[in-house]
Design a protein around this ligand. Structure first.
Ligand code: SF4
Length: 409
């Protein structure tokens, strides 16, 4: 039974906006964002990264627009991009106007550093006339100093107040085509801020833990914050902010949504046992090799790598395809049913070959084409392994006998 969807709270209703071709909010799929690290003026370099991010799960990509060269770059990047482009604006109102002129599908404004009301209204009016949405991107690290002082720090209430004030300026010119983020590098602050934002606004929310840092800590922080909120039904789009190749951000965002059952699986889901004293192969090595080979093919399939045949196929019976090691051989299985036994040094190759066939022919056809003698061979390996280690590997029977002897004595 798939309990994934019911394990999460129902999604909180928000109004829907469109960032180019990508709908955000309402019943639109939760989207993944990332940001380029190239100079935006470097059109070819930036486009290459945008394509890589899109191929790895980004639905929307943000590029900085920090000078005239960047704005001119955007004018060439936007029409050639496979996904909508959002321009990131800090401090300079003229850069926001130039990015709109360049044709971007969205703007991100930081209310902490674009502070003059007349400038905010000017950008909002221009975005309104062009039908371009704006993200009010509040960040605990660059909160407006007045608000910081009033609330005694970058509290959740302060972050939400900053967004509310910005929104009020927008509404003065009749513009509400907005999504909101209230990011902090503290996971606890960020969670509290988004909960409050969700009660305060009906605009779509863009989730993120800012400045989360390098892997693996950055991934953990991002996941702790974003997944907690998604499980509560909060969030319409997200970005992991990692000190890493932005491809990692796109992959992480996509994978998080897939494991929560919020987006359909597009790529590989490799599961592997943690290995233990029973393992018959170097599980880490086989899993790493299998991941590299299968990821390159980008097949939408769940694959298991299990260290032994004693527990492996049973424990991974929910996987589309798997391999378990035993007696210098690999047992290839589909949904727990053994389909072939292969030599140990051909395990990864066999796994990749079968994965391709499953995607091309379907699970039923591949189960029908199984080697009928494989189940018996596998059973023999399993029995031999249990014998080798003794069916009572933990000496339970001996302990029970001792307990009985004591209680009788
Ligand atoms: S599948 Fe086998 S090797 Fe892997 S953790 Fe389980 S018992 Fe240990």
């Amino acid at each position: 039974m798939d309990v994934t969807a019911s394990a999460l709270s129902p999604r909180r209703p928000t109004r829907q906006i469109a960032v180019g071709s990508v709908k955000v909010g309402g019943d639109a799929p939760i989207s993944v964002q990332s940001m380029t690290t190239t100079k935006t003026a470097d059109v070819e370099g930036t486009l290459a990264q945008v394509y890589e991010l899109a191929a790895n799960g980004a639905d929307i990509v943000r590029c900085t627009c920090n000078d005239r060269g960047a704005a001119e770059g955007l004018a060439q990047i936007v029409p050639r991009s496979p996904v909508p482009i959002v321009a990131d604006i800090h401090f300079h109102v003229e850069m926001a106007l130039a990015a709109l002129e360049a044709g971007v599908q969205g703007l991100r404004l930081n209310p902490g550093n674009l502070r003059k009301p007349e400038e905010i209204r000017l950008v909002a009016a221009e975005a309104r006339d062009r039908g371009v949405p704006i993200r009010i991107g509040v960040n605990a690290g660059s909160l407006h100093p007045d608000i910081y002082e009033r609330f005694g720090g970058a509290t959740p209430e302060a972050l939400v107040e900053s967004a509310r004030l910005e929104l009020a300026y927008f509404e003065e010119v009749g513009f509400s085509d907005v999504k909101i983020s209230v990011k902090a590098s503290s996971v606890a602050t960020m969670i509290a801020a988004y909960r409050l934002a969700s009660e305060t606004f009906d605009h779509p929310l863009h989730l993120g833990v800012t400045e989360a840092g390098p892997l693996p800590g950055g991934l953990l922080k991002g996941t702790a914050g974003i997944a907690t909120l998604l499980a509560e039904g909060i969030g319409d789009t997200l970005r992991y902010s990692l000190t890493a190749d932005p491809v990692e951000e796109a992959k992480a965002g996509r994978q998080l949504l897939e494991v929560l059952g919020l987006r359909e699986r597009k790529g590989l889901d490799l599961i592997a046992c943690p290995s233990c004293g029973r393992a018959e192969v170097d599980v880490i090595k086989v899993a790493t090799e299998a991941q590299a080979a299968l990821e390159a093919l980008n097949l939408p399939i769940q694959v298991a790598v299990m260290g032994c045949v004693v527990n492996g196929p049973g424990e991974a019976r929910h996987a589309d395809l798997g391999i378990a090691a035993g007696k210098k051989r690999g047992h290839l299985f589909i949904q727990g049913q053994i389909i072939r036994v292969v030599p140990e040094d051909e395990m990864v190759e066999a796994l990749v070959e079968e994965a391709k066939k499953i995607v091309a022919e379907g699970l039923e056809a591949r189960l029908a084409a199984r080697d009928v003698s494989a189940e018996a061979e596998a059973e023999a390996d399993r029995a031999a392994l249990l014998d080798d280690r003794g069916a009572d590997a933990n000496h339970a029977n001996e302990r029970i006998a001792n307990i009985r002897r004591r209680s009788e004595g």
